[in-house]
Every structure is written in C-alpha cells, then in structure tokens.
Design a protein around this ligand. Structure first.
Ligand code: UT7
Length: 335
C-alpha cells in the first residue's frame, strides 16, 4: 500500500483587483462592514473580455504545479477538477484542462462539492494512489464566481464575499507510510442543501424557461446563502473535523505547523484558531486579499504558505473545509 504526497503546487489569480471601495460605488455596502464581518479587503474578478475561464485558470495553476513537481503532463494518470462554476453545464472542466495540457486519454473527473471540493478531490486522489491504481494525479480547484453574482444591493451579503482564482497540486505515490497524506475525513448533510445554493437553472426549470419568462425579480440564478445559519454550522463542523484529524494522527494542537482552513470568513478562521489555542504562525489566512474562492481557496492558500517558506519537509499540515451541501472535511498530512 502506498501513501500519496504533494510534489508540486501552483496558483493563478486574475490580475483585476476589486477593492471594497470599488464595491461601495455599485451597491449599498461599506469597507468597514465588509472588513468587520468577513476580513476581506479586496478580491480578484476576471475582467469582462479577458481570456480567463474556470478551466484556463486551472491550466495556469496546473502548469506551475507540474513544473515544480518535475513531472511531465503526459505522466499524469488522473485529473480531478473541483469547482462549482464549471465552464459548461456539461462536459466538466477537467476534460478541458486535459486537452489544454495535451494529455491524451487519462480520466478527467469533476468534483462538485463546492467549498469542500478540493478536500474531497485530494482525499479521492489519495485513495486512487493508495490502491496502486494511479501513480501521478493532478488535483485542481478553480472558480469563476464574479460573472454570476448579483452585484446590486440585493445580492450584497454574497457578492462582496466571493472571488475568482485557481490552485493546483500534483501528488504522487510514496512507499513511506509516515509521510504525505495520513488521514482524510469527509462528511455531508444534504438536509441543508438549499441553505447555500444556486438552484436555478435546474432540471426542473431549464434555461429557456427562465429566459422566456424574463422576470426581473427572479433571483434563482444567483447564489443564495442563509449567512448566519451557515456561519453557525461552519464553526461547529470545522472544529469537529479538525479534532477528528488530530485524533487520527495522534497530534496535539501544538503539533500543527500549518492549518489551512477554507477561506470562508476570517471570523470563522479566528474562532477555530482560538478554540484550538493556535498561534498566528500556525494558521494561514489570505481571505483579506482574495475573498472566498470556494474550491480554489485551499490550494491557493496552501501554495502561498509553501511559497512563503511556512511549510517545509516534515511540516504537519491540516486542511479543513466547510461549505454548501452542507459538506465538510479535513486532511492531515506530513510534508
Ligand atoms: O464558503 C462556504 C461557507 N460560507 C460561510 O461559512 C459564510 C458564513 N456566513 C458569513 O460569513 C456571514 O453570515 C456573512 C458575512 C455572509 C454575513 O454576515 P452577518 O454578520 O451574518 O450579517 P447578516 O447576514 O446577519 O446581516 C446583518 C446586516 C443586515 O442588515 P439589517 O437587517 O441588520 O439591517 C444585512 O442586510 O448586514 C446587512 N448586510 C450588509 N451591509 C453592508 C449584509 N450584507 C451587507 C453588505 N454590506 N455587503
């Protein structure tokens, strides 16, 4: 049986920076409100007319990850692409990345688990490596939110939060069972599916129906979030799943070198940090600069933490996520 370990990481953020004061000009919001409630100062939005897309951002992040891994794209045995904003309704974005990278016929699978997408994808990749089925896997999280947000005061509780971007990792097998991904735990609770969702268009209400109605009050094609309810569940589930990871790895909170929480809200990260008695050096946050990039937030933060020298050989790292579904999960790994 093999373990899997990350051997290359990359990120890509569109160059267009949207500050809180930019948002103040188009909706009734304020820099003070956004910073106090979320910690966000700015985010990246793909500029209209630019070539960036969910898959192309994934390709850019992947190319960096592949180069750093020393593995040629053609040696990739499987692509897992986590997103809630795929380029097309179908097919998924994984196959588009495969084509762009010139990988002939490896499987390319999309993972639709929203903010927990990257954790789900990495845990899935780990299983394929553990069984020996695949050797090298490319795992991507990429999101293009900005084009689909309600950028009016009506949508402000959501649209100030989300940002665009992508992160990717290359994982490979190792025979050492005390390095790489040690444990993963995944959960979901479908009874809260609609509390953070985008329900229209759907297979009960196809696009032509929505277009034909042309109802200016139809908000079903914008994301909806019951913010306080999601927040309360997030702090509970983050704490539970980090605790499970610690127990399985037989680590104490003080053993953690780096906790990378999904960047949902700085207040959630701070709550978790306090609960486990972690120092600022043990938790990585970049929501201030990028907002919430859902499935991309963990690989972007992981890449940055590694680039900044905060994760090194032997570092004990925990990734933890919570989001729409509800879904949540964590991964413990030794770098
Ligand atoms: O990534 C997946 C997981 N996501 C999360 O975990 C997010 C969890 N939820 C949250 O982060 C927070 O609930 C939000 C940041 C979304 C909202 O913060 P909140 O403190 O829960 O605010 P709220 O929704 O209870 O709204 C409080 C007030 C309301 O005004 P009234 O009714 O008190 O007059 C809102 O209309 O703040 C108002 N408000 C805003 N004001 C200025 C909501 N959004 C904004 C805004 N600017 N952007």
């Amino acid at each position: 049986m093999y373990n899997s370990k990350i051997i290359g990481l990359g990120k890509y953020l569109p160059s267009n920076v949207v500050t809180n004061s930019d948002l103040e000009k188009i909706m009734d919001t304020s820099d003070v409100w956004i910073q106090e409630r979320t910690g966000i100062k700015e985010r990246r939005h793909i500029k209209k007319g630019s070539d960036d897309s969910t898959s192309s951002m994934g390709v850019k992040a992947s190319k960096i990850a592949l180069e750093r891994s020393g593995i040629d794209a053609k040696e990739i045995d499987l692509i897992l692409f986590a997103t809630l904003s795929p380029d097309y309704y179908f097919p998924g974005s994984g196959v588009l990345v495969q084509d762009e990278l010139g990988i002939p016929d490896c499987p390319a699978m999309d993972i639709r688990m929203q903010c927990s997408g990257f954790v789900y994808a990495l845990a899935t990749a780990d299983q394929f490596i553990k069984t020996g089925m695949y050797k090298n896997i490319l795992v991507i999280g990429s999101e293009y939110h900005s084009g689909g947000l309600d950028m009016t005061t009506r949508g402000r509780n959501i649209s100030v939060i989300f940002g665009d971007g992508a992160g990717a990792v290359v994982i490979t097998r190792t025979k050492k069972n005390d390095e790489g991904i040690l444990h993963s735990q995944l959960h979901s609770e479908g009874k809260y599916a609609k509390e953070l969702s985008l329900i229209g268009p759907n297979t009960g209400r196809w696009v032509p129906e929505i277009i034909n109605k042309n109802d200016p009050n139809d908000v079903s094609y914008f994301p909806y979030m019951n913010g306080q309810f999601v927040f309360k569940n997030a702090v509970i589930r983050f704490s539970e799943v980090i605790m499970k990871g610690l127990e399985k790895a037989k680590w104490k909170p003080s053993d953690i070198d780096m906790l990378i929480p999904h960047q949902a809200n700085l207040r959630i990260s701070q709550f978790v940090q306090k609960k486990f008695g972690l120092s600022d050096n043990q938790v990585y946050n970049n929501i201030q600069r990028y907002g919430n990039t859902t499935a991309a937030s963990i690989p972007i933060a992981l890449t940055e933490a590694w680039e900044e020298g905060k994760i090194n050989n032997g570092s004990k790292v925990i990734l933890a996520a919570f989001g729409s579904g509800f879904t949540w999960g964590s991964i413990t790994m030794k770098w």
